[in-house]
Design a protein around this ligand. Sequence first.
Ligand code: NAD
Length: 495
Amino acid sequence: MSKNYQNYIGGEWVDARSDETFENRNPTNWDEVIGVFPNSGKEDVAAAVKSAREAFDAWRLTPAPVRGNIVKKVGDILTERKDDIARNMTREMGKILDETRGDVQEGIDTAYYAASEGRRLFGHTVPSELPNKFNMSVRTPVGVAGIITPWNFPMAIPTWKIFPALVCGNPVIFKPASDTPLTATTFVEILLEAGVPPKVVNLVHGGGRRVGVPLVEHPDVNLISFTGSTAVGKTISKTASDSLKRVSLELGGKNAQIVMDDANLELALEGVLWGAFGTTGQRCTATSRLIVQDGIYNKFMDMLVDAAQNLKLGDGLKSETDVGPLINEGQRQTVEEYVEIGQKECATMVTGGNIYDKGACKNGWFYEPTIFADVTPEMRIAKEEIFGPVLSVLRVKSFEEAVSVLNNTKYGLSSSIYTNDVNRAFQTMRDIEAGITYINGPTIGAEAHMPFGGVKETGNGHREGGWEVYEFYTETKTVFVDYSGKLQRAQIDNY
Ligand code: NAD
């Protein structure tokens, strides 16, 4: 019998009002049901918003360092239970244990950073243009925060959003991806255990249309922080504009790694393997395009194909596994469709191109690491996000052409160049259109204290992580204290 899980609304664990449920299954072995979760709807969202609204006053008046201490405790509990949580995450979404442990560690790092931010949340004091007057800006919470997350980082991404929301004094409604409801439930249990007051956090399980849409539409939700696809991000942006809600969007990518003739090829090879096939290519920062300079093209391709063919597919809980399954059948179909598109576009498939269902992989959504050579910039496989283990390789003659090909995309999340030429490295930092640029490192990998996000259709200008995310979760209030004892008029010509 699989275990039944619940929503957390109004300080209680409850079923969906409709009593409907959905199953969560293991993508490595689809026969394994991980749990049964509430398939919630509009009325559950309404109850969660009411609960968060009721909690707002007490939470905003709780001193920020106290809120930060609770988040620190969350980090401590995550540290104690890292291994257990990571094992369940691998069962729930398939990526290998090293990566799920890294996902939890990112949450821990984010907790400790967020906790310390509770003692900063800096405003400014600045001189007044008038005598006997004091000017400052202070940071206040925005209000009820709607948090909508994807499944590929089921711990790290919720922590990137929920910790700063809480430290800044905003109560939260958390709508996790329906492919990873167990990690979300564990996270909320830990928030409560650490001392987040009951109604300050609310968890509503269910799909995008049933739960995400009413959350975005609700007039009492003051901000939405969303990570997911560009298509959904655009609909959220349109809906939210009706109520002028604040919205942070972290969306898709079509990231590229450049390898120049002068690069350390062994290092570049490790980078692209990890970037393209880590998390089975299901990272927003995944290396989906490889741009290789003429002089080393043939040599590097031989090295790459050989290494890709040696990657071991299997159960992420086993230490010998390099690459796990795709998240679900739909995502594997998308990958199959793009492989067909690449073949129709006359790119050369140099390895992969098949479903992998050998041995223990027969009940999972596995697909071989796949590489297309002779890809040209106008092909769809060079432009569209695939979100799977498919790499498109483009050949270029010069550095200038490499940068131009890299920038030829509607997305702008991560980017990378392997070169030993310091001048080229600095030109790359200046000229590449992306929120993140790596020099001699792969496109994937974030650090909790650094801003994370992208340009163009990857987002709407906000950043997660580091110091910048605290701007999103606070309003600036400008305060003037006039201690002159008389009317002093600003914005009048006093000179
Ligand atoms: P998705 O857009 O399908 O879903 C993301 C979340 O939004 C889920 O919780 C889903 O239930 C919800 N949702 C779906 N439709 C909705 C709607 N109409 N209104 C409100 N909520 C809705 O994305 P996914 O398949 O879960 O994740 C993969 C995508 O996420 C990829 O495009 C990837 O690049 C992107 N991603 C981006 C980042 C980043 O930081 N830029 C990080 C991870 C993933």
